[in-house]
Design a protein around this ligand. Structure first.
Ligand code: NDP
Length: 451
């Protein structure tokens, strides 16, 4: 048995109550097998075994009261997974499904994603099982303030710099940053995704969606194609989905689907113009449901179905699929439906939206597959640029940040292609991304000795 198989077996045994973490470890380590032979020094130093253990895990109680004065208790997390190449960096997720296994899977993936951006950032993730849905602004504020009253002691601009994720957008970052600043009495780049008035970067809200489309454009370009005239399936309706749709529209493509956790809409004319404006208002201001889009524009709505269920059941046709909602949304039968739909490329905006079986279907059927840790790295990349701007106390223009983002997405794609080629997996963007990210972190870990 190779050392990698042995490490996977041990994780399955030790962390058996964390299926998402096991899935992420299996996905990454399996593709790292070609590095085992070429780097006996990693095997000897047990780098593979070390990299699946977080540097540290912080779990804490968050107590807050609602508008009626009732007290609630939630659980908070910060997993500082690997700080070999820079300060810990990774988002905070507020969603009822959050538990240690979700945060560990996200933190583990973040190590390689951050390494790929070419910026010096370690991997981390955090969050809480708090559900912001249906809560008033005042309740969200009280929760965020209570969350930061503990988190502040574990983070810092050179230690750990959290950002947003599901359920944590500009409003929440404002509340979190306000409490940090009050306690520590320092105005410092300790969170990213901040408002423009207090240290944020232009293009940060757009970064993950724009970056995803830049990355997918590189994939299409390798086959001499682009987004112009392409029909695109997007899932989700949150931050990543919104700016993915905007960029595809700018490039002449047409997005025909959107979803939230209640259902899916199909708009064959495309989510563009006033419809996109409505989406932005609906999700960011009114905080309503995607069903209201269907009601307003008189398009079909499928209650309780994901975009991928609808593709499977209604036989939709499309060229590109960009999942932007959540983990494990695309199962094997969905992947088979995407093959039938005529999709030529899948790039992941969400983290781990495709199961291992779904990825296999893409690969066996010659569908180009852009994995999350490469395709959605634009968000953390611009977060890294926000840290730089905070350090030099300057704000770059929209154009400067957008150009840098485009450049980084290009480099991520190229590094992945080159690593895949060098390690005997030509054209495999998943293996390439994992190997390129891993090599950088592994070499840094080796340099530190036995730690
Ligand atoms: P948002 O909270 O803004 O939006 C999430 C969207 O996905 C909403 O439409 C939400 O619907 C839907 N969704 C969430 N959970 C589920 C679920 N369990 N089942 C079905 N639908 C669900 O989050 P983001 O757009 O920021 O994040 C989306 C994905 O992108 C996540 O996987 C995140 O980790 C990833 N990502 C985000 C980055 C960022 O910069 N924001 C960076 C890199 C990756 P509803 O409103 O009903 O909950």
């Amino acid at each position: 048995m190779s050392m990698i198989d042995d490490v996977i077996a041990k994780v399955k045994e030790k962390d058996k109550d964390q299926p998402e973490f096991i899935q992420a470890v299996e996905e990454v380590l399996t593709t790292l097998k070609p590095t085992e032979e070429k780097h006996p020094e990693f095997v000897k130093a047990k780098i593979y075994e070390r990299i699946v253990e977080p540097d540290r895990v912080v779990m804490f109680r968050v107590v807050w009261h609602d508008d009626k004065g009732e007290i609630h208790v939630n659980r908070g997390y910060r997993v500082q997974f690997n700080g070999a190449i820079g300060p810990y960096k990774g988002g905070l997720r507020f969603h009822p499904s959050v538990y240690l296994g979700i945060i560990k899977f996200l933190g583990f993936e973040q190590i390689f994603k951050n390494a790929l951006t070419t910026l010096p950032m370690g991997g981390a993730k955090g969050g809480s099982d708090f559900d912001p849905k249906g809560k008033s602004d005042a309740e969200v504020m009280r929760f965020c303030h209570a969350f930061m009253q503990e988190l502040y002691r574990h983070i810092g601009p050179d230690t750990d710099v959290p950002a947003g994720d599901i359920g944590v957008g500009g409003r929440e970052i404002g509340f979190l940053y306000g409490m940090y600043k009050k306690i520590v009495n320092e105005h410092t780049g300790v969170l990213t995704g901040k408002g423009l008035e207090y240290g944020g970067s232009l293009i940060r809200p757009e970064a993950t969606g724009y970056g995803l489309v830049y990355y997918a454009s590189e994939m299409l370009a390798s086959k001499g194609q682009d987004f112009s005239g392409k029909t695109v399936l997007v899932s989700g309706a949150g931050n990543v989905a919104q700016y993915t749709v905007e960029k595809i529209n700018q490039l002449g493509g047409k997005v025909i689907t959107l979803s939230d956790s209640n259902g899916t809409i199909v708009d064959m004319d495309g989510v563009k113009g006033e419809k996109w404006e409505f989406l932005m208002w609906l999700k960011n201001e009114k905080r309503g449901r995607i069903k209201e889009y269907a009601e307003k524009f008189n398009v079909p709505y499928y209650e309780g179905k994901s975009v991928w269920d609808v593709v499977r059941d209604e036989g939709l046709k499309a060229d590109v699929a960009l999942p932007c909602a959540t983990q494990n949304e695309i199962h094997k039968d969905h992947a088979e439906a995407l093959v039938k739909a005529g999709v030529i490329a899948v790039a992941e905006g969400a983290n781990m939206p495709s199961t291992l079986e779904a990825i296999r279907v893409f690969q066996e059927n010659g569908i180009m597959f852009g994995p999350a840790k490469a395709a959605n790295a634009g968000g953390v990349a611009v977060s890294g640029l926000e840290m730089t701007q905070n350090s030099i106390r300057l704000q770059w223009t929209r154009e400067e940040v957008d150009n840098k983002l485009r450049e980084i997405m290009k480099k991520i794609y190229q590094q992945s292609i080159e690593a895949a080629e060098a390690y005997g997996r030509p054209g495999d963007l998943l293996a390439g991304a994992n190997i390129a990210g891993f090599l950088k972190v592994a070499k840094a870990m080796l340099a530190y000795g036995v730690l």
